[in-house]
Design a protein around this ligand. Structure first.
Ligand SMILES: [Zn+2]
Length: 117
């Protein structure tokens, strides 16, 4: 039995991952792992409105990204922030897009990205 979230394997008889609180599945789906793409965490936010906005922004700008832990927002609000992961070689472009925006990000720190330019 496997957890679809954290990919941990469990012995027979266990049906729910104690860490993720999700139902275990018999086999992990053989989805192609995007290991050739290097992602970096750009920011973390608790605000669903920010997430919706960032999605439309990055989609229209062709930024490759994904949100880590997004579904936790609805299960355990405020427990874990959603982390925005951006393809590493597009980080500087993403930072440029975000620099002038006033969003209610939590834990945003663009300094580390802009300094290395
Ligand atoms: Zn798990």
């Amino acid at each position: 039995m496997f957890c679809p979230e954290c990919k941990s394997e469990f012995i027979q008889g266990i049906t729910t991952c104690p860490a993720c609180k999700v139902k275990l599945i018999d086999e992990l789906p053989h989805e192609p792992e995007p290991e050739f793409v290097d992602y970096s965490e750009l920011l973390a936010t608790y605000n669903p409105a920010d997430i919706a906005f960032l999605k439309s922004l990055f989609d229209s700008e062709g930024i490759t990204y994904f949100f880590k832990g997004e579904h936790f927002m609805y299960v355990r609000p405020l427990a874990d922030p959603v982390r925005l992961m951006v393809k590493t070689d597009q980080i500087s472009k993403a930072v440029e897009l975000l620099k002038d925006l006033k969003l209610s990000f939590t834990g945003i720190n663009l300094d580390k990205f802009t300094k290395t330019k």
